[in-house]
Design a protein around this ligand. Sequence first.
Ligand code: CA
Ligand code: CA
Ligand code: CA
Ligand code: CA
Ligand code: CA
Length: 626
Amino acid sequence: MRLLIIIPALLSYISNIVFSQRIMEHIDRGVIALNPVSDSVFISWRLLNDDAQNITFDIYRSARSGDTVKLNSLPIKDGTWFIDTTANLNKKNTYFINPSNKNPAFSNYNSFILSPSNAKKNYLSVPLQIPPSGELYGEQYGYTANDASIGDLDGDGKYEIVLKWEPAITRNPPRPGLTGLQIIDAYELDGTLLWRINLGRNIRSGAAYTQFLVYDLDGNGLAEMICKTADGSIDGKGNHIGDKDKDWRTLDPDSPTYGKIVDGPEYITVFDGLTGEAIVTEDYIPDRYPLDGWGGIGGNGRNDNNGGRADRFTAGIACLDGQLPSAVFLRGLYGRTVAAAWDYRNGKLSTRWVFDSKDGDNPYSGQANHQISVADVDNDGKDEFCVGAMTIDDDGQGLYTTGLRHGDALHISDMDPDRPGLEVFGIHENEGKTISLGTPGVAMFDAASGEIIFSIGPGIDVGRGVAADIDPTYSGFENWGGPGGLRDVHGNTISYHTPSSANFVIWWDGDLTRELLDRNRIDKWDWKNNTTINLLTAFECESNNGSKATPCLSADIFGDWREEVIWKTMDNTELRIYSSTIPTTYRFCTLMQDPQYRLSIAWQNVGYNQPPHPGFYLGEEMEDME
Ligand code: CA
Ligand code: CA
Ligand code: CA
Ligand code: CA
Ligand code: CA
């Protein structure tokens, strides 16, 4: 939408089309049917970017072969959803979506089967296979389902789920102590377990450690999984990586590095998405040494030599050459930051570039967040890697640093439709001796130049913050977290009453403003009465990551353009995928075909999970601009 605002952006967009062809995955019609109440079935599906602009749809239902009936009388043109009130829900019903005015097709590509076992549910259930208990300190420990990612692992146009299991004994740096084993599974949406990877005793378990990326890294139509590995990691076929007999953990309980891994090799491995087999393993870049080389001006400004700051990782997928994706793995947030971009091509893994901020004299040190974002900030078809208070250009050179230092959350989108380009909203940590630096707790800056648009709260520590369009009476994204209550896109206070959470945001109820996603709830900011109202509570489900209270994943997984959310059940026996069954008058292409949004699903599980944002303005005023 921002392309319509100024001519230079439009020219740059045209040059994109001519010179670069970013390879995007092929996904199917994404049909989903849910039967939340009585005999009413809500069916929704994807609008795809190669659909004709004026496409209309027909919907068919079959309860057994030979009795296929068309359900709509007029072509469906206003949305990509339909409500069926005539189905016999004691039978297995298959719904087919077809473009009108074409011979209908009846295939796996454009259908969904609603079975009687899924009737009377407002979610899709994905049964899980809980890993067997492990043993540590002579005690048994169990597993809870944790963060998830999605990708088309088998190339059929439907997403599968990759799930990280969290052992009951897990520790984040700087805490010492042994941890349980880190296990990662892949499931079909019907609960079929595709593979299980055990990262072994030389990978510590905790949110700071394993950042797993699921993406089609070589553009062959099948998604891979890439993550950090170590001696003794076991792939999906039971093969060991490195030396299976090595134990690199510090086992002396009196050592400051007890339970940590501060010796031995570190690897990065690409796993086959279909089988979990380790395809290629290389030495991780950079190594951890010197152990005391990772402190600096981020956070509280301190340093350590006990495997704390040396073992902070983030990662993301970025399209750096304008065509195929690269996996960028990053080490160090508080001082030195090293990012290595890896290309997986023809079965080989090689480094495209390595960015190293080295020491405190470098203005790019101490600027990295607990999470990253990826966006094409200068609109040239190649992505930049947004690390927090600094951004790395597609060629691995520093693009700019704001000097605002480390923080826990940042958000990038076209937040101000009246201003060209993308904006970044972030919050920042001011602790201990860094309070005196007086850097702002909250700031918005231009994503292309780093120019500060507004900043507030010098020296104030802000741990939570989010930006989204939640109030249609103010232009663009609102933002909250830190001083000043609920603010407009210019940083002016709208209300000292704030929404009940500053966590994830989600398009759910069918309007253009975004709803709030926190714990096992979806809520809506009632901007007329300055209060929050509950839209959905997922009973029997719970969120992940303690006080972070994040879902396993939130993304436009299937159905119409609105976002789904995956929660785990409290007993860890299933994942539940909730999809909106509220009618909407809007019809947009699936968000997963927006490059920035798709990449934000790949990094969502990394560090302190944050919600995805598209690379264009999706909000209340967009109608006026069309
Ligand atoms: Ca698939
Ligand atoms: Ca692939
Ligand atoms: Ca770019
Ligand atoms: Ca607004
Ligand atoms: Ca959806």
